[in-house]
Design a protein around this ligand. Structure first.
Ligand code: G3H
Length: 250
């Protein structure tokens, strides 16, 4: 049985004052049932966030890492550095990284390999644009991204896949439950083809894109949805806590 995962991506939001939200989350969910909680704050807060949450139910993670272990890469962070700062996971290949920093599947793959080798859980993101959906290419796009971004030898202990339709991120637009289910079922089948049923069954599939307290429960009831990667609604405990509760009750 897969553990569920409520993951929050703070993106480029948050300063020290917002660490109080982590403490509030931990207090509201001291022992989340069958559910892991992960918050990925900006790198500037990672170490303090880890201190704030240490020993409690909230794990912290990074939002990106470099594929190299160290070296002349100004502004970048290695997977080992994230681990050292207290991270247990890292988001990779988010569509904002793919768009803003030209990250290809090959780059995401190299980062995922580095993250897993360092001992981090790799949360690999993929998803289609509106144009691709309207052209009927959703499954081929996400299938290509999955094949190109997910390392050989991945398993549920090292990999989470997040399906985030680009057009649903931060827009308030959400795919229909049928559309979410179609993609998640497809991703599970693709993982099964590649890794075999036993391994594929252990890999968690998250949905991301305008998940809010008001729509979380219905999304979590969709087949093969094991949790969510939440942006805006993960910034405050008041918004994220009901999403975690909906997942616990799913
Ligand atoms: O990583 C999170 C996603 O991009 C979703 O963001 P959102 O919940 O603000 O739409």
């Amino acid at each position: 049985m897969r553990r569920k995962l409520a993951a929050g991506n703070w993106k480029m939001n948050g300063t020290g004052a917002e660490l109080a939200e982590l403490a509030a989350l931990a207090q509201s969910h001291p022992a989340p049932e069958g559910t892991d909680i992960l918050i990925c704050p900006p790198a500037t807060l990672l170490s303090r966030a880890a201190d704030t949450t240490r020993g409690g139910p909230v794990q912290v993670g990074g939002q990106d890492c470099h594929a190299a272990a160290s070296g002349a890469h100004t502004g970048d962070l290695s997977a080992a550095m994230l681990l050292d700062a207290g991270a247990s996971a890292v988001i990779l290949g988010h569509s904002e990284r793919r768009a803003d920093h030209g990250e290809t599947d090959a780059i995401v793959l190299a980062k995922a390999e580095a993250a897993i080798a360092a001992g981090l859980l790799a949360v690999v993101c993929l998803g289609e644009t509106l144009e691709e959906r309207e052209a009927g290419k959703t499954l081929s796009v996400v299938g290509t991204q999955l094949a190109g971004s997910v390392p050989e030898g991945a398993s549920g202990a090292t990999l989470v896949v997040a399906y985030e339709p680009v057009w649903a991120i931060g827009t308030g637009k959400v795919p229909t439950l049928e559309q979410i289910g179609e993609v998640h079922d497809f991703l599970r089948a693709e993982l099964t083809n590649r890794f075999g049923a036993e391994t594929a069954e252990g890999i968690r599939l998250l949905y991301g894109g305008s998940v809010k307290p008001g729509n979380a429960a219905e999304i979590f009831a969709v087949s093969n949805v094991d949790g969510a990667l939440v942006g805006g609604a993960s910034l405050t405990a008041a918004d994220f806590s009901p999403i975690i509760s909906a997942l616990e009750n799913a």
